[in-house]
Design a protein around this ligand. Structure first.
Ligand code: F6R
Length: 598
């Protein structure tokens, strides 16, 4: 949430920062801005409500500076206005700041600064930091010394970039719980919230730890750890991550492109992990399940639904107590971790603050931590004891799709890997899922016409039992977030306990009922809905005609594999529903891809 970027080098900062903002925009896109400086200490500041496109249109100047900072915003404190867009500055417009995170104690700091005579020009929490640095600069000899002092007053989460008009060719970056990465090029440097805008200039990056402060100058950089109170030797890593931002001309939206990459994401993620009827996890370095007496899986949103799938799977395959918990709740629970607890966090971005904080707590309390993460080098990848990367590739649409399939596939392989009694033939069936996912994607037209036919309905239920329950939740979430249509996922058996009261001819239900061990029970629930004149869309491999509004046929597979086949269908359904409602599919309102604030 919110993307920040800074550039210092020989090139024109304006283009680099605008390009960088475009690549960071999926993190938040309600407003944006930048400030650029040249060697004569002149600067150019521009901000606007809207996306980088709006900023480009507003920029009339061809200002030629070679250092500056920029920001794309997802509003937390203060409405979406030009004034609240970053960069923010001090009373004299000499110190400029961009920020990702939340300053929790900003009201107290602001009050104190107002009493001292500071003049504020926005309603944001961020602006207080510019004024704090201004105050400390009266006492300290350099920007970095002032930042060091000011940061001690900040409670909350942050990645800040700070520049001063009076200290040319210098950018200070500092972080706590929000991501910040330094790109080290040839005579040029970038600081950014994620590797995407950096990878176009250099593959060499330094991942900053909490309370690391980067002092970036034309001739190099230093990293001072405020935690250790000393300069650190930086570790330069190489990134293997490149995003092709040009819109694929076959697909109208990134979301559709990414749904169509679900089979490939599955294939890439499991590649090299199945060898001669065995599952190999080199990443686990011989970790033995016997060391573990309970398992806890956590994540947020779609990643949490993957956790729920993992819970059913682990309970079926391993004899271990397993829980799936929403990370934003888990982090405030008094869960008892110990060194026999296996803690698995699942995240596409590897930056989601609630998952990250839950991970830190589990690790601190001694649990064995595993991460199933898509973005290499992200914060979680650097904390977990064992890292399993999903290989879905960059996901640009805000709604997560192909990463979800990759997460399910790693969970299955983990269950199989740790299981004592396993039938190697299951792996043949598992491998066949790639083609079956393709087969599901080929139902595009059928799903589109279903979505069109149902377009006037304002409410939907998605029902499933056991393995299909997380997929019901996923289907409902997708419809809510990209089509802005009310939908709820329920365990089918729960309908009678209340929700069925809403059923009438205007409230359709999508029933996920493959022929698994709970098929008959799901069909009873379907009949109960029909009996109340509810429209039913059934997704099943059954040949029988259930006389429902629509029946979508899927191939047969093993009970625990049906989610792989149903997921592409419910993703396509939400996509086409949103498309025919003319929604902003890749950038749904109020959302951002990487949720780095609470
Ligand atoms: C839904 C969606 C979100 C994310 C959630 C977690 O389509 O994209 O619910 O799944 O914000 O994000 P990650 O996986 O990056 O931790």
């Amino acid at each position: 949430m919110c993307g920040i970027i800074g550039y210092l080098g020989n090139k024109k900062a304006l283009e680099i920062l605008l390009d960088g903002l475009e690549k960071l925009e999926y993190r938040g896109y309600d407003s944006c801005g930048l400030v650029i400086f040249n060697s004569s200490q002149n600067y150019y500041l521009q901000k606007t409500v809207g996306s980088t496109k709006a900023l480009r249109e507003k920029i009339k100047s061809l200002f030629e500076g070679n250092w500056g900072i920029a920001h794309t915003r997802w509003a937390t404190h203060g409405g979406v206005t030009d004034f609240n867009a970053h960069p923010h500055y001090d009373c004299r417009q000499e110190i400029f700041v961009v920020h990702n995170g939340i300053i929790e104690n900003f009201k107290e700091i602001k009050q104190r600064l107002l009493e001292k005579g500071h003049k504020f020009s926005s309603e944001t929490d961020t602006e207080v930091f510019a004024h704090l640095v201004e105050d400390y600069l009266k006492l300290e000899k350099s920007l970095e010394e002032a930042v060091k002092k000011a940061i001690k007053e900040i409670e909350g989460t942050f990645a800040f970039l700070v520049v001063s008009k009076n200290e040319p060719e210098k950018i200070i970056g500092i972080k706590k719980s929000s991501p910040l990465i330094l790109g080290v090029g040839k005579n040029e440097f970038l600081l950014a919230s994620d590797p995407t805008p950096i990878s176009f200039l250099t593959k060499n990056v330094v991942y900053l730890d909490d309370y690391d402060m980067v002092i970036l100058k034309k001739d190099g950089f230093q990293i001072f750890s405020l935690k250790e109170n000393k300069y650190k030797k930086p570790k330069i890593n190489s990134i293997d991550w490149e995003i092709k931002t040009e819109q694929n001309n076959i697909f109208e939206h990134y979301m559709l492109k990414e749904i169509f990459e679900e089979a490939k994401a599955f294939g890439e993620t499991i590649k090299d992990k199945i060898q001669e009827k065995k599952v190999i996890f080199e990443e686990l370095n011989g970790l033995k399940i016997e060391r573990i007496n309970k398992i806890i899986l956590t994540g947020c949103g779609t990643a949490y639904y993957a956790c729920l799938y993992g819970k059913y799977l682990f309970e079926d395959y391993l004899e271990k107590e397993t829980r799936a918990e929403i990370a934003s709740e888990l982090r405030y629970e008094n869960y008892s971790y110990d060194k026999k607890t296996l803690f698995i966090c699942i995240s596409q971005s590897g930056e989601t603050i609630d998952t990250l904080e839950a991970l830190k707590i589990a690790k601190e309390k001694g649990a064995i931590t595993v991460g199933i993460i898509n973005v290499p080098g992200s914060s979680m990848t650097r904390i977990v004891d064992y890292l399993i990367l999903t290989k879905a590739g960059p996901e640009l649409a805000v709604a997560s799709t192909k990463a979800f399939i990759s997460q399910l596939s790693i969970l299955y392989l983990l269950a199989f890997y740790f299981a004592k009694n396993k039938n190697p033939d299951y792996l043949y069936e598992f491998l066949s899922l790639k083609n079956k996912i393709e087969e599901m994607l080929a139902k595009k037209e059928e799903i589109e016409s279903l979505a069109k036919n149902l377009i006037d309905f304002k409410n939907f239920y998605y029902l499933g039992r056991k393995y299909e329950y997380p997929i019901a939740l996923e289907g409902a979430l997708k419809l809510k977030e990209i089509a802005y249509v009310h939908a709820e996922g329920y365990p089918a058996g729960e309908m009678k306990h209340g929700p069925i009261a809403l059923i009438d001819k205007d409230f359709p239900t999508i029933v996920l009922a493959p022929q698994d061990s709970l098929f008959e029970k799901s069909i009873s629930n379907l009949e109960e809905i029909k009996a109340r004149k509810g429209k039913v869309v059934l997704i099943s491999d059954s040949e029988k005609d259930f006389e429902v509004y629509s029946q979508i046929k899927i191939p047969q597979t093993k009970e625990e594999f049906y989610p792989f086949l149903i997921t592409p269908l419910i993703h396509l359904f939400a996509y086409f529903f949103a498309k025919h409602l003319k929604r902003e599919i890749d950038r749904p309102r109020n959302l951002a891809k990487s949720v780095t604030v609470e």
